[in-house]
Design a protein around this ligand. Structure first.
Ligand SMILES: Nc1ncnc2c1ncn2[C@@H]1O[C@H](COP(=O)(O)OP(=O)(O)O)[C@@H](O)[C@H]1O
Ligand SMILES: [Mg+2]
Length: 255
């Protein structure tokens, strides 16, 4: 197995607030890793550090053995890492098809502005069709993104993330705001479309986390409290009292 993503001693503070306080993490190629932890633990910040939106003040981040910390997001994206945003990031006045096609074209190096002039680009068209099919959004291809249901928008957003065909995906709370049944459905979709890819995902639904993840990273106070298989994490006394125990008392994980 090869290492897809490696973090060594990563630190990030905002002013006097220490948010990420020395994170070490190694994700193998093809692994699905769930990142869990209470609100404010630094999960989104961690994803921003990996994707290049934020730079660490200390430490090292590698993607497939190549150093990426300090590089701009588009450079990291080109090296094979795609992320979805916690906030929906779609072109509201464009159709489902156009949103997907833009993402495919962007990854092929054409930029957003060119889509109109490249309708003959077979490669991109085929990939867009395949994405529509995978997402189950074929019947909505002509709908504007803003007219989709919330769950459909999240599916489209997932498709936009997948459009680049990146091998490593970061999804920050992809099921946020969904009902339990929508969440179940969406996780099935994530499972299908991320087959063979390396996935790092922030997720609050513990049922989903324990079912989907090969490994779970528990973040607390900006550090990795545990990083192991779901079974081992479940049995970890430190995690139980600090995190899972809270849930057992009827409060939500992110309360
Ligand atoms: N740009 C920023 N400036 C100042 N503080 C920030 C910034 N981004 C995040 N924080 C702080 O970092 C902490 C962790 O935030 P975040 O990574 O969003 O946590 P999580 O995603 O685990 O809920 C919070 O206390 C938050 O207020
Ligand atoms: Mg967050």
């Amino acid at each position: 197995m090869s290492v897809a993503l490696s973090l060594q001693g990563v630190h990030r503070h905002f002013g006097h607030t220490l948010v990420i306080q020395g994170i070490d993490l190694e994700v193998q190629t093809g692994e699905r890793v769930a990142v869990i932890g209470p609100n404010g633990a630094g999960k989104s910040t961690l994803f921003h550090l990996i994707s290049g939106k934020l730079k660490p003040q200390k430490g090292r981040i590698e993607l497939n053995g190549q150093r990426i910390d300090g590089l701009p997001p588009h450079a990291i994206h080109r090296m094979g890492l795609a992320r979805s945003f916690q906030i929906t990031n779609l072109f509201a006045a464009m159709s489902v098809y156009e949103n997907l096609r833009c993402s495919v074209l962007w990854s092929l190096g054409h930029g957003y502005s060119c889509w109109k002039f490249l309708s003959g680009l077979k490669d991109a068209n085929q990939r867009t069709e395949a994405l529509l099919d995978q997402l189950g959004l074929g019947h909505k291809r002509h709908s504007l993104a803003m007219n989709l249901t919330y769950a459909e928008q999240r599916a489209l957003e997932l498709g936009v993330t997948l459009g680049s065909d990146s091998a490593v995906l970061l999804l920050d709370e992809p099921t946020a705001g969904m009902s339990r049944s929508e969440t179940r459905h969406f996780i099935d979709l994530i499972r299908q479309v991320t087959h063979g890819k390396t996935l790092l995902m922030v997720e609050h639904d513990m049922g989903v986390v324990f079912e989907l993840a090969d490994k779970i990273a528990v973040l607390a106070q900006g550090q990795v409290m545990a990083f192991d298989t779901p079974d081992k994490v479940r049995q970890n006394p430190q995690v139980q009292s600090a995190y899972l125990g809270v849930q057992a008392e009827g409060r939500t994980a992110h309360a």
